[in-house]
Design a protein around this ligand. Sequence first.
Ligand code: MN
Length: 336
Amino acid sequence: MPAQSADNWLALPKVSRPLATTDRQVLSITTAVDGVEGEGFLVRRAFAGIHHHQLDPLIMMDHIGEVEYGPGEPKGTPWHPHRGFETVTYVIDGEIVHRDSTGGGGTIKNGDTQWMTAGSGLLHIETPPESLVMSGGLFHGVQLWVNLPAADKMIAPHYQDIRGSRVRLLSSPDGGALLRVIAGELDGHRGPGATHTPITMVHATLRPGAQLTVPWREDFNAVAYVLAGRGNAGAEQRPIRMGQAALFGSGGAVTFKASTTQDTRTPDLEVLLLGGKPLREPIAQYGPFVMNTQAELIQAIEDYKRGRLGTVPVTKAAPGQTAPATEAQREHHMPK
Ligand code: MN
C-alpha cells in the first residue's frame, strides 16, 4: 500500500495514551452498500445507514477499491458541477487526474489528498490517466464530502493539494499502529489540511493484534471506516471488517484492535478515522449541490444551467476526453 509510511514506526512521535476519560462506545456498525458513480465505476457508499444528523458535518463518503482493473476498465466521471461543500479525495493506490472549469488541474496519487472547496461552484472532471486506462492496474481511494457552514457556502472555490509526504506521521505508544494525520489535529499534532468546518481526518494502520486508543475531541463526533482488514472497535470490542463503519457515542477517546489473523493480501487493519464539529444547520441536497434551503438549491440548478458555475474549457480537451457538454446535455446529466 503506497500510502505514506515510515520504516521505523517506533521512531515517530507518539500519540499520547488518553487518561481519565471515557472511551467512546460504539453506537452502530453499518455495512457499506454498492453504488455506481461517474461513467460506471463501482463504489461503496461508506456511511450508508448512518443518519445525517450523526454524520454532520460529514455528508457522505465513497470507497473505491481496492480493485485491480484490467486494461480498458478504469473509468472516471464526466464534467459535473458542485456547490456548497468540500470534496476530499484521498488516493492510496493508483492515480486520478483532475481538471476544472477555472483551468486548474493536477494528479492525485500515492497517499495524496486533494481538498477541493467547491464553495460557490465550479465544474470538474475526475478521470484515471490515459496510461492507467490502457494498462489497467490497482486502484484504492476514497472521496469524502464535508459540508460548509452557511456563511461559507458561497466563498470562492479553492484547492489544497496535500502531497502524501506532508501528512503528519505518528505512532501508538507501543509502535503497533501508524497514524497519518491528513487534516485537522489529533492530540495536538496538526495535519497539513486546513478545513473550513473543524474536522479531523486520520488514516491509521494497525499491525495484526495491535491495539490503538487515541484521544478524540469531546466536541467532535467520531466515525471510523475500515478500508482493509478486520478487527474490533470500541472498548466493548465490536467486530468490524473492510466495508463497515463504526459510529461512536460521546467521550474523549476511541479504541481499535486489529485481529491477530488478517488476509495475506491486506496484512494490516486500515482504518479511516473521521469526525468534526456538527454544524447543526438545515441541509437541502440535490445531487452535487448541498445547500441550506430549497430556494438555494433551485438557484444552484439555475446557475448551473446558465453556465454560471463555469463552462467546460474547450481548448484544454485532450483527444479521447469527453466533449464539452451542451446545455441540454448538462441539464440531462447531473451526476454527483
Ligand atoms: Mn466531483
